[in-house]
Design a protein around this ligand. Structure first.
Ligand code: COA
Length: 162
């Protein structure tokens, strides 16, 4: 099985990441409406290329993970948050998500952070299993926080020390 190559994103990844993000949109993980034209840029002033790690398989962009700060407060600066993770459907189940998550943990350690946190929808079993298997634990649940496809869905807070 090919091993994914993980690297920091560059400005040239804008189009590829935008396409990947739109192709993978689903209410399994997304709480905002399905993307429609004109599309929002993938990178923003708050979240640029250096905040993203991308995965390539045989030179093809197949996934990304987005890192950021939970808040802008200095008192909160020792924590990083995973603010997005997606793997192209055709590349799932071959270790790309795990490679991205491990690289993100390494990157946040390198930055000197103490904890890493994330939010995941209660019904997103693949992502929850992945996070649990990499040492993340449930730290809180906001019950029925979202209404998606006619059903109420919990917002699950997970985290781990680095
Ligand atoms: C969640 C996601 C990133 C996983 O990516 P992936 O490349 O398929 O994951 P991996 O192949 O690295 O699998 C790692 C682990 O995740 C879990 N997992 C992955 N797919 C799963 C599935 N369909 N059902 C249950 N567990 C699953 C397993 O624990 C797996 O370990 P194993 O292979 O030893 O059983 C991918 O399904 C995805 O992009 N989903 C849509 C976006 C999303 O949900 N993002 C998370 C937002 S919080």
């Amino acid at each position: 099985m090919p091993v994914p190559v993980i690297r920091h994103a560059t400005p040239d990844d804008e189009d590829g990441l935008g396409r990947l993000d739109r192709r993978t949109w689903s209410t399994t993980h997304a709480v905002s409406p399905a993307p429609c034209r004109p599309y929002e840029p993938f990178f923003s002033h708050r979240s640029g290329p250096r905040d993203h790690l991308v995965a390539e398989l045989d030179g093809r962009l197949v996934g990304y993970i987005r890192l950021g700060f939970p808040t802008e407060l200095a008192s909160n600066a020792h924590v990083r948050q995973i603010r997005g993770l997606a793997v192209a459907e055709e590349a799932r189940g071959s270790g790309v998500g795990r490679a991205l998550l491990r690289a993100a943990v390494e990157e946040t350690r390198r930055q000197g952070a103490r904890r890493i946190t994330l939010r995941v929808l209660g019904h997103n079993t693949p992502a929850r299993k992945l996070y649990e298997s990499e040492g993340f634990v449930v730290e809180g649940v906001q019950p029925e926080e979202f209404h998606l496809d006619g059903a109420y869905v919990d917002d699950v807070f997970m985290g781990r020390f680095l």
